[in-house]
Design a protein around this ligand. Structure first.
Ligand code: UDP
Length: 331
């Protein structure tokens, strides 16, 4: 059976996507440099190669002698604040890495890719909910590198007939049975709130309580990792089949069409865990738009994808995983 290469398949999103690919009868081959991923997160049954996107020679080996039908490209650096401090690193990894990958794919005649993009391409969105027609004006280098990636795919498709889909993630959260979120250092809200519950942090710092939102804190659209993974499988099947359902601009938002403030997230975690979460107001974090809520109508119409899990399920699953892995993959 032809394999599906999953770059970044040892990371939080990649490991869950890999798990679901296996469940759908695909043969995933994980490629990861393990800089942020964990061997323990790689779904049992998937192949694994340790290699870096910056090393074109490694790609020659990956594609040589294998039948790879498509690539799901998730490997990237993705912390907004780091991207502001180290923009060149972000361009090198995210843009340079994609170019190396596309060169290798072209040489090996692999003509289908699902690309992980981000809501950060919208910057401060012109309206809520955000549709794919909204202006793209990233306000940090991370968003810029992903927008450039999408543009590279547009041009490669025009020149080489590459089939592609780009998925713009909103706030991915929650866990599967096997895979959960554990970054070092952790920057994301829900795992940080759970760290407070576990006594690993004294309190949650709320980055800005003076936004023009009903309770003053930022609003985000949280999407369950399993819903997100399901969208990848649908997108993969569509690019593999060169589905006529794919629009000329195959770029899709992945969110729930529903936003929650930081305080609403804290309240949900308190309800699910039955424990209090002390909070301290902090200054705003640079580059945070006040509200980001997706419209997912485009992918619902084209591929029939709809999220099936709400905030409670996200927090319940994240809490269950975290209780089994209080120190992430290290414990
Ligand atoms: N946030 C916060 N305290 C934290 C971590 C995050 O107040 O310790 C806020 C952050 O400012 C944003 C929201 O929670 O408004 C979601 O942040 P996260 O880093 O999870 O995702 P992002 O929206 O930046 O991709």
């Amino acid at each position: 059976m032809a394999e599906v290469l999953v770059t970044g398949g040892a990371g939080y999103i990649g490991s869950s996507v890999t798990e679901l690919l296996l469940a759908h009868g695909h043969a995933p081959l994980v490629l990861d440099n393990l800089s942020q991923g964990h061997c323990a997160a790689i779904a049992p049954g998937a192949g694994f190669l340790q290699a870096d996107l910056q090393d074109p020679d490694a790609f020659a080996h990956v594609f040589a002698g294998r039948k790879i039908a498509a690539v799901i490209h998730l490997a990237a650096v993705s912390v907004v604040g780091d991207s502001v401090r180290q923009p060149l690193r972000y361009y090198r990894q995210n843009v340079g890495g994609l170019l190396n990958l596309l060169d290798a794919m072209r040489d090996a005649s692999v003509g289908a890719i699902v690309f992980s993009s981000t809501a950060s391409v919208y910057g401060i969105p012109e309206k809520i909910p955000v549709t794919e027609r909204c202006a793209v004006r990233p306000i940090n280098p991370y968003g810029s590198t992903k927008l450039l990636g999408e543009q590279i795919l547009v041009d490669a498709a025009a020149a080489d007939g590459l089939r592609w889909v780009a998925l713009r993630y909103f706030n991915v959260a929650g866990a599967t049975e096997l895979c959960g979120e554990a970054h070092h250092p952790e920057t994301h809200l829900i795992p940080r709130v759970l760290e407070v519950v576990l006594g690993q942090r004294p309190h949650l710092e709320i980055y800005g309580a003076d936004y023009a939102t009903p309770d003053g804190t930022c609003i985000r659209d949280y999407i369950h990792i399993l819903d997100l993974a399901e969208a990848h499988v649908l997108a993969l099947d569509a690019v593999l089949a060169a589905s006529p359902a794919l629009p000329a601009a195959p770029i899709f938002n992945l969110g729930n069409n529903r936003g929650y403030s930081v305080r609403e997230i804290v309240a949900c975690v308190e309800k699910v865990t039955g424990r209090p979460v002390p909070c301290v107001n902090h200054p705003r974090r640079n580059g945070d738009p006040p509200q980001l809520v997706a419209s997912h109508d485009k992918i619902a119409d084209a591929l029939g994808w709809r999220p099936r899990r709400g905030l409670d399920e996200i927090v319940v699953s994240a809490w269950a995983w975290r209780q089994r892995h209080p120190r992430g993959y290290e414990g």
